[in-house]
Design a binder for this molecule. Structure first.
Ligand code: 6PG
Ligand code: NI
Length: 170
């Protein structure tokens, strides 16, 4: 099918995202954290079109912080997106322009509407690969600036064997 694409994100490409730099340095940078397969039926930048994708995040952690996507806002800020979980358990971490951070639990069948201007990142808190589908406008683009360090103002950490959502001041 024309317009089918895929990419994989390895640990080495996620430097600065996880809070435990020492644990990060001790891990193999070639470890695959997540893969994305997506369909661009129209060229990127087309106004009025849609893209469809599937993301699969492996189970795992860096120190006590679960594997997660890099996270982004859309380059065209007002472009919204749908996520729908198919397999696994996780948390969708969201942050609006005023700096408010919150999360939505992801489990099979959960559907999530991400408003324009809201940064989004997905964390796999389970023991199996977390899969979710996504639908977004073909002219949305990606802005990855927000994700480093301070970016999301929140982290999902394993505490006493369970995920906990923690607001941070970093
Ligand atoms: C998008 C979607 C989604 C996302 C992937 C990987 O706008 O394209 O939100 O397909 O890109 O889940 O996440 P990162 O783009 O943050 O690496
Ligand atoms: Ni997006």
């Amino acid at each position: 099918m024309p317009g089918l694409r895929s990419s994989e994100k390895k640990l080495g490409q996620l430097s600065g995202i996880f809070r435990d730099a020492q644990a990060f340095r001790g891990m193999d940078p070639d470890t695959i954290v997540y893969r994305v397969w997506w369909w661009e039926p129209v060229p990127g930048g087309t106004e009025g079109g849609l893209f469809w994708g599937l993301t699969e995040i492996q189970p795992g952690s860096v120190g006590d912080e679960y594997y997660m996507t890099h996270g982004h806002r859309h380059a065209v800020l007002d472009r919204a997106e749908f996520y729908g979980t198919t397999v696994g358990e996780g948390m969708l971490v969201l942050r609006d322009e005023s700096g408010r951070s919150w999360f939505e639990a992801m489990k099979p069948g959960s559907l999530h509407y991400i408003s324009g201007r809201v940064a989004h990142r997905v964390v796999n808190t389970g023991d199996v690969p977390l899969r979710f589908v996504a639908c977004w406008p073909s002219d949305a683009g990606h802005d990855y600036q927000i994700a480093g360090g301070k970016g999301f103002g929140a982290r999902v950490l394993r505490q006493n064997g369970k995920p906990s959502f923690t607001l941070t001041e970093e």
